[in-house]
Ligand binder design. Structure first.
Ligand SMILES: NC(=O)c1ccc[n+]([C@@H]2O[C@H](COP(=O)([O-])OP(=O)(O)OC[C@H]3O[C@@H](n4cnc5c(N)ncnc54)[C@H](OP(=O)(O)O)[C@@H]3O)[C@@H](O)[C@H]2O)c1
Length: 252
């Protein structure tokens, strides 16, 4: 039975991956902080699909959390690792709490990088395995009023594209998922509302599964694939305008 480890598997895009893999008979391992939510998801998925759902309650924004997680599951021979857990903040950069943003970088980048390395070593020995790192279309340009988050996602895209090249000769496939807006609770948590055109998580997952083949970058949504070819100055102008509006709305 295929074993799939999903960070941030209790909600949003991560949950949609958990549901997909459970539905095709995989055993899933879900990592998140909120135990009650994990228990809820475990019960829902096990009752619906009758495949084992394992919960790992852990804060991945803490230093060394990647090694702690790896030690807990290393004997399971994970076939697919989905580095999905992430967070971001929309605000003027100097107003975002330093500790919060440092934890964001730890979660979005440092933990993801270490997990990629730790699990790759085992996959390399087996000459088999898949790692999917979740970035964002925000990776393609700087984001005024969401500067730290976009920069953290640029890191994910650059790192993943590089290690994809190194890994392929060892039979391990490493992909980078770059979604545009997705209708999840992510927006509320980052202090704004999801845009009307946000994609559904299950659509993002279906597109990803279909495209985890040849290319490293997977970008769901036609508009998201087109927009990245506009001049950078235009993209930055629109992001600045939209995010500033978000901040104004937040203030009420
Ligand atoms: N939604 C979008 O529009 C969008 C667009 C592009 C990219 N993305 C990326 O897609 C990924 C998933 O986003 P989403 O929209 O599905 O977010 P979400 O609905 O907010 O879900 C985030 C998941 O990550 C977990 N998580 C958050 N902080 C964690 C921590 N410190 N340690 C362990 N788990 C943690 C959450 O559970 P707990 O809170 O219980 O820990 C939850 O399961 C993120 O990397 C995000 O940057 C999202």
């Amino acid at each position: 039975m295929q074993k799939v480890l999903i960070t941030g598997g209790s909600e949003g895009i991560g949950y949609a991956f958990a549901e997909y893999y459970s539905s095709i008979g995989s055993e899933v391992f879900l990592v998140a902080r909120n135990r009650m939510k994990l228990i809820d998801i475990k019960n829902t998925l096990e009752n619906k699909y009758h495949n084992a759902v394992n919960m790992i309650c852990m804060d991945l924004s803490l230093q060394n959390s990647a090694s702690t997680l790896y030690e807990q599951v290393k004997d399971e021979n994970i076939d697919i690792l989905i580095n999905n857990a992430g967070c971001g903040y929309t605000e003027r950069f100097w107003k975002i709490d330093i500790e919060k943003e440092e934890k964001m970088v730890m979660l979005n980048d440092m933990t993801l990088m270490s997990l990629t390395k730790l699990f790759f070593r085992d996959m390399k020995k087996r000459h088999d395995g898949v790692i999917l790192n979740v970035s964002s279309t925000g990776a393609f340009q700087p984001g005024p009023y969401i500067a730290g988050y976009y920069a953290s996602k640029t890191f994910v895209a650059s790192y993943t594209r590089a290690v994809y090249e190194e890994a392929k000769e060892y039979g391990v496939r490493i992909y980078c998922l770059l979604p545009g807006p997705v209708a999840t609770d992510f927006y509320r948590k980052s202090g704004v509302k999801a845009p009307m055109h946000a994609m559904k998580s299950d659509k993002v997952v279906a597109y990803t599964i279909k495209h985890m083949k040849k290319k490293c970058f997977i970008i769901p949504g036609v508009m998201n694939r087109i927009v990245r070819f506009l001049p950078e100055s235009i993209r930055i102008y629109f992001i600045k305008k939209t995010k500033w509006k978000n901040i104004q709305k937040k203030r009420g």
